[in-house]
Design a protein. Structure first.
Length: 437
């Protein structure tokens, strides 16, 4: 294992641990409400969590845009600019968060209309939403801090924050629900408190490890925010790209739902295999953001290309590992997730498509990380647009022919198309730019 591989693993492994712990926030809430004695509580948390997952996913550009530009500034050894990027991103995050709080009523009503929960679930989901929305400054602020830490080549600190946040959520939620007798309000309030605990931990770690970057600098808010146009341009491209990803995923879910409850359950369970795979691939994507951005900013083309080559090798290794595990253990894993005989039996007809997800999605994950690192966000937007257009064209043709099999084929083509288009963009546009650096 050479030094580049060591750098990649140093960033990827803590990021993978962080990714695995993130879903625990929702799982803890689901476990607590699952013992409240009413199915409506479970549905309310499921609907509320879905709303915030969707909203925060759309604003994920706050993390990605920050990490790539910070990594490049670090590569140029421009630490003043790195600090300025943190300030700009924090200001944008807080602005977005306060807009969410200001517009919470129409946003909640819109999302509940789109999701359409049953009458017994809707008021409980609204209660959950109107409490958890006050955690938006903490959640989006953590996007900024996480992106900045990744750009500074440090994924250990986000891991510490994530673990502490989950511990706080468990302890506080249990105390509020079982100690004080609160219901859905206790679960929601526990989530908010955990979010702010994570934010304050991140700020403390920032001060503990990076306060030297602030010493001796003349702090002027106007100077920090003035060159914000490039930052907004990068984030605009990532925001639009995310909208295409959201559209595809929402349509995939809706198309499954239209085929009945069993097919919806099957697709939901099989997508858990994709989610598990993404936890690992995102870790290597983060390494692409941090190391790719660093060497790109330093105009070190040989080191940059070496990072890309090594990331592709790690990606192939992860594909082989997960494909083997899914072929051998995919069905037993589904048995762990559900004991519904109809769902398990139906899953056996479609599980082979899930086996192909790692191979279909590998390039898209790696290129996303590299493109974020070098702020080639226009290429990410173009690839997502083309892939989404191909996906919707495929579903119109394939679903009438093959039903749910056609839906899965369209999803695999979509994943492949994203990676293939980004490959063309990289070698036709990025490599040529790199030759002049």
């Amino acid at each position: 294992m050479n030094k580049t591989d060591q750098y990649i693993l140093k960033i990827a492994l803590p990021a993978i641990v962080t990714n695995i712990t993130v879903p625990l926030l929702g799982l803890v809430d689901a476990a607590i409400v699952g013992h409240m004695g009413a199915a409506a509580y479970i549905g309310a948390v499921a609907v509320g969590s879905m709303i915030f997952n969707l909203v925060y996913w759309v604003f994920g550009f706050l993390r990605m845009g920050t990490s790539g530009m910070t990594a490049q500034a670090r590569g140029r050894r421009d630490l003043t600019e790195a600090v300025s990027l943190l300030v700009r991103s924090a200001m944008v995050s807080l602005t977005v968060a306060f807009l969410l709080i200001l517009l919470q009523w129409p946003l909640c009503e819109l999302m509940l209309e789109l999701i359409g929960p049953t009458p017994d679930v809707r008021p409980l989901a609204a209660t959950y939403f109107y409490i958890v929305v006050w955690g938006a400054p903490a959640s989006l602020g953590l996007f900024t801090l996480t992106g900045w830490f990744i750009g500074m080549q440090n994924t250990r600190l986000p891991m510490v924050v994530s673990v502490l946040q989950n511990v706080a959520n468990i302890l506080v939620s249990l105390f509020l629900v079982y100690g004080l007798g609160m219901k859905i309000e206790g679960v929601a309030l526990g989530t908010v408190i955990a979010q702010y605990a994570g934010l304050f931990t991140g700020i403390l770690l920032l001060w503990r490890y990076y306060r030297r970057l602030w010493t001796g600098q003349r702090f002027s808010l106007a100077d920090r925010l003035l060159p914000i146009t490039p930052f907004l341009r990068v984030n605009r491209d990532i925001f639009l790209r995310t909208l295409f990803l959201v559209a595809v995923n929402l349509y995939f879910t809706a198309a499954g739902a239209r085929q009945g409850a069993v097919i919806l359950a099957v697709n939901t369970l099989l997508m858990q295999l994709y989610l598990l795979y993404s936890f690992f691939m995102d870790g290597f994507a983060y390494a692409g953001e941090a190391l790719g951005g660093r060497y790109w900013g330093a105009s070190n083309r040989p080191a940059f290309m070496e990072v890309v080559r090594r990331l592709m090798r790690w990606g192939l290794a992860v594909v082989l590992l997960f494909t083997t595990v899914y072929v051998l253990g995919g069905m037993p894993f589904l048995h762990l997730l559900t004991d519904e005989a109809m769902v398990v039996e139906a899953s056996s007809q479609y599980v082979a498509w899930a086996w192909l997800v790692p191979a279909a999605g590998m390039l898209a994950f790696i290129w996303d990380g590299v493109f974020i690192g070098i702020t080639q966000t226009r290429g990410m937007l173009q690839s997502s647009f083309i892939a989404a257009a191909v996906f919707f064209a495929c579903v119109c043709f394939l679903i009438p022919l093959w039903g749910n099999h056609g839906l899965w084929v369209a999803m695999l083509i979509y994943l492949l198309m994203r990676g293939m288009v980004q490959t063309v963009i990289f070698y036709k546009r990025v490599v040529n730019i790199g030759k002049t650096r």
